[in-house]
Design a protein around this ligand. Structure first.
Ligand code: IPM
Ligand code: MG
Length: 357
């Protein structure tokens, strides 16, 4: 029997609730499809800080390096806001991305017709949105050196460095061009080349790629304009290729086109080795433990894991179809509630998804 080893990272806040739902669904699809999933649960983020003092204990990173795919829920809590940077939950996630060399972050944004009324934008502008944010994930200002804080008698200064090496831009461009070939053959690269040196290099490298890959239509937008275009006319986009910080911001914005950030999955990939699959949303501490979380983004992340990480395409399709079925039947978690729908808690949404498989 085919066997896949998965490290599960429930993390913080709503993480454990959505993980429980997702694990049940994964077990059900693997039974149906005749493969075996072996889960190993590890701590990350605040949950790990509580137990070990570190947001990314060595054993978590070691297990993640030695498996077929990592499935994470969410990390973070205001409780840790005052801790020093190296002790914060976010640092655990950044350490995991860097430790597994996951330089390519894929964030698909697809409007599900059943949810078109949940968006804050008008239907006619978002109908048909189907785009993919390809975000560079292990470079840019998130990891650039030098960074730090200098206290003088007169003032305090803090600084980060936004930098990219040509080779880093090339490897993420390569991923984006390959993905564009499976989609609508077009890429919009987003930068701030009118102001930043690092963006000028970014644009030069993307243009070199465009010259060598004439089958792909390449355009460029400055990030401020891209942010505007995303709400003005989102269907113009297919693949959006951008750096770490701009990708962080634009992917949240793009997520809201769908009505709820609780719907969006992501995959973070390296050259080889296991990928990390996680919802785009955070740990939602305000609703944690109240059975109100929307598990769908994690379920869709599990589908991405099956498709991209484990090459179990049929099982991935099954999960995605179950999500569509349940939404079409009018079931909604509180974040998606609209007129005429039936409100469900996180666990009950899980049960409906199981039935729909
Ligand atoms: C994301 C998150 C993370 C990021 C945080 C939690 C470190 O916002 O995955 O988009 O900034 O990359
Ligand atoms: Mg973010």
């Amino acid at each position: 029997m085919r066997q896949h080893r998965i490290v599960l990272l429930p993390g913080d806040g709503i993480g454990p609730e959505i993980t429980a739902v997702t694990k049940k669904l994964l077990n059900a699809v693997s039974d149906k499809e005749g493969f075996e999933l072996k889960f190993e649960e590890r701590h990350i983020g605040g949950a790990a800080i509580e137990l070990t003092g570190s947001p990314l204990p060595a054993i978590t990173l070691e297990s993640c390096k030695d498996c077929d795919a990592v499935l994470m829920a969410a990390i973070g809590s205001p409780k840790y806001d005052s801790l020093p940077r190296d002790k914060r939950p976010e640092t655990g996630l950044l350490g995991l991305r860097a430790g597994l060399n996951l330089f390519a972050n894929l964030r698909p944004v697809k409007i599900r017709e059943a949810l078109i009324d949940s968006s804050t934008l008008k239907k006619e502008f978002i109908s048909g949105v189907d785009l993919l944010v390809v975000r560079e994930l292990t470079g840019g200002i998130y990891f650039g050196q030098p960074k730090g804080r200098i206290n003088t008698e007169k003032d305090v200064r803090a600084f980060n460095t936004m930098c990219y090496a040509k080779s880093e831009i090339e490897r993420i461009a390569h991923v984006a061009f390959e993905l564009a070939r499976e989609r609508k053959m077009k890429i919009c690269s987003v930068d701030k080349a009118n102001v930043l040196e690092v963006s000028q290099l970014w644009r030069e490298v993307i243009n070199l790629f465009a010259d060598k890959n004439k089958d792909i239509e390449v355009s460029h937008l400055y990030v401020d304009n891209a942010a505007m275009q995303l709400v003005k006319d989102p269907t113009q986009f297919d693949v959006i290729l951008t750096g770490n910080l701009f990708g962080d911001i634009l992917s949240d914005e793009a997520a809201m086109l769908t009505g709820s950030i609780g719907m969006l999955p992501s995959a973070s990939l390296g050259t080889n080795g296991p990928g990390l699959f996680e919802p785009v949303h955070g740990s939602a501490p305000d609703i944690a433990g109240h059975n109100q979380a929307n598990p769908i983004a994690m379920v869709l992340s599990a589908a991405m894991m099956l498709r991209i990480g484990l090459k179990e395409k049929t099982a991935a399709d099954m999960l995605e179809q179950a999500v569509d079925k349940v939404l079409e039947a009018g079931f909604r978690t509180p974040d998606l509630m609209g007129k005429g729908s039936t409100e469900l808690g996180c666990a009950e949404m899980g049960e409906q998804l199981l039935k729909a498989l």
